[in-house]
Ligand binder design. Structure first.
Ligand code: ATP
Ligand code: CA
Ligand code: CA
Length: 436
């Protein structure tokens, strides 16, 4: 399969789906955010709000280019989640507004999910399976409580859960979440780590054609890589990771990974220059399902145009409860993007939007990490149990990726803890090993 990240415009096969997703989000989000804030109730977690879009429109729903149905799940819960993650409502809408909106990330992974980036690269829309959708609704209260108790959680940040259905089409469920990687920094290397070694290898030969491919556990080990955090940052990071994993274990979740994007400060930004075409890396090569990498996209960083005016307008609309107009082309970028991506107050985004390596003595290191726990909606259900049994016949049972949630979490934490240490610590550990 060929992997090509493409701008979704009117000529794109999935243009209508993408358009409907964004139209639905825009209407649903502005509707909820137009109301006065209030505390959540238990009932908010079960709400489904249905809208029917058509060319004519009505008092509740503005007219749209295409006919489709849209469902917004637990809108108040997600409004509160967005607030906890400190998203500005106008900024959120603006990122998900406009015409060429999204770049689609070509061929899907094993799971069959599609990924779309908002045009400012801040948000990812991921289509999810019905089972994942049902599961997220089921755990939403626990997730919400966890985010409340852990503002610095490393878990995927979910901003919305929706469904679109086109006439005669199937139902498409999707979530909106944070893109862990920043729009303004080159990511020189990416790792997706599970703590499993079986099948967790990206073919090193293929790196020549795909220098920015997402590498895995075995590639990490082979490079003797470390997440170079000195004592203080290491403690912060592992403490949060442990709390997050405890939640995942309790909710019977497995198959998640720690996604790490590494920006090498010595290399700096070579290609990621505003206004230039940003080639994150070239497709062309064969893409086996396991090598799927949404960041292998060709995308254009849009130029700055009337941002402030647009943001002002949107804020006014939200405040005045007017529906945000639909279907309008907009090339505006949120202002914030121009200023880098630091999310003030969040520990793991404190250094230029990421978490900078430190030495043993706490002086800054040469890398910035952009990291988080992704793909955390796989419930250890029937399918995984079968896979576990089946693979367990032929491989070392503790190394296969489909472990029961408790063991999965322990292995995950162990792996990550073992590779988190400053350069100095890693150097000494290697010396000690050699001495033995
Ligand atoms: P599978 O179940 O086969 O692992 P999937 O379709 O569930 O695949 P994910 O594991 O969620 O997909 O993501 C696949 C890849 O997409 C990751 O390895 C990573 O490169 C990228 N990705 C996923 N989520 C994010 C995110 N929030 N920010 C940045 N990149 C992401
Ligand atoms: Ca995954
Ligand atoms: Ca998955």
């Amino acid at each position: 399969r060929v992997l090509v990240g493409t701008k979704v415009d009117e000529s794109h096969a999935n243009w209508v789906i993408a358009y409907n997703m964004l139209t639905g989000i825009r209407v649903a989000v502005s509707r909820t955010n137009a109301k006065l804030d209030r505390a959540l109730t238990d009932a908010d977690f079960d709400v489904k709000q249905k809208s029917t879009f058509d060319i004519a429109g009505n008092e509740l729903v503005p007219s749209a280019k295409y006919d489709f149905k849209f469902k917004d799940y637990a809108p108040w819960v997600f409004r509160h989640l967005r607030a906890l993650f400190r998203l500005d409502p106008a900024d959120y809408l603006m990122s998900l507004t406009g015409k060429y909106i999204l770049s689609e990330l070509g061929s899907p992974g094993k799971s069959g999910s599609f990924f779309y980036f908002s045009r400012d690269y801040k948000y990812i829309i991921k289509t999810i399976h019905h089972a994942e959708h049902k599961f997220l609704r089921k755990i939403l209260k626990d997730y919400y409580q966890h985010v409340k108790d852990n503002p610095n959680t490393l878990l995927s940040q979910f901003y919305g859960l929706h469904r679109v259905k086109m006439p005669y089409g199937r139902k498409i469920h999707f979530v909106v979440m944070n893109n862990l990687f920043p729009p303004h920094r080159d990511i020189h290397q990416t790792f997706d780590l599970k703590g499993s070694t079986i099948g967790r290898d990206y073919r090193e030969d293929d790196l020549e054609t795909n220098p920015r491919a997402t590498l895995k556990d075995l590639n990490w080990l082979r490079r003797k890589r470390h997440l170079e955090l000195g004592i203080q940052k290491k403690r912060l990071f592992l403490a949060q990771l442990l709390k997050d994993v405890r939640l995942l274990q309790r909710l019977q979740i497995m198959d998640y990974s720690l996604l790490i994007g590494i920006h090498d400060l010595e290399k700096g930004n070579e290609e990621n220059l505003r206004g230039k075409t940003l080639r994150v890396f070239n497709p062309g090569g064969n893409n086996t399902s396991d090598d799927f990498d949404p960041h292998s996209v060709l995308m254009r960083t849009p130029s700055k145009l009337e941002n402030q005016r647009k943001a002002r307008e949107l804020r006014q609309m939200i405040q005045s409860e007017k529906p945000v107009p639909m279907g309008e082309t907009s090339n505006m970028m949120p202002e914030e993007l121009e200023e880098g991506q630091s999310r003030p107050g969040f520990i793991f985004n404190q250094d230029d939007g990421g978490f900078r390596a430190t030495h043993e003595d706490n002086t800054p290191g040469e890398e910035i990490y952009y990291l988080g726990v992704i793909d955390c909606l796989t419930h250890y259900g029937i399918i995984k149990k079968i896979e576990h049994f089946w693979k367990g016949l032929s491989s070392d049972r503790s190394q296969i990726s489909a472990l029961p949630p408790h063991e999965y979490g322990e292995r995950f934490i162990n792996f990550i803890s073992n590779v988190t240490m400053s350069q100095e610590e890693a150097f000494r550990a290697a010396q000690e090993r050699d001495a033995r």
